[in-house]
Design a protein around this ligand. Structure first.
Ligand SMILES: [Zn+2]
Length: 106
């Protein structure tokens, strides 16, 4: 079972208290974007077997969205951080590289 520490209320939360929100760090495409950029924004998502950055809602807790870095193969959690972060923070990247030295953030 997945278990995160919510970075907003700092309480442990297992997956029955959470709602998945898909891939983190999706950039919105606004007026002036091409049809292919808008299509990519709406429909194309990464689904790796390995390290993934995801959005989660602490729906049966504080009710706030946050981001988590985890491995989809082993369910190992590398950390959580606030949803306002536009990219994974340095301490999350360092934590992943400490455990997976060959991993590259793409
Ligand atoms: Zn919370």
């Amino acid at each position: 079972m997945l278990r995160f520490i919510c970075p907003i209320c700092n309480l442990p939360a297992d997956e029955t208290e959470l709602t998945p929100g898909g891939e983190a760090h999706i950039q919105r495409k606004g007026p002036g974007s091409s049809d292919s950029e808008f299509y990519e924004y709406l429909f194309e998502r990464k689904n790796p077997l390995g390290i993934h950055f995801e959005r989660w809602l602490h729906s049966y807790g504080c009710g706030k969205w946050f981001h988590a870095a985890r491995c989809t193969k082993t369910m190992e959690v590398f950390g959580t951080y606030k949803a306002q972060e536009v990219k994974p923070p340095r301490h999350i990247i360092d934590n992943i590289k400490k455990k997976r030295p060959n991993w590259k953030n793409e």
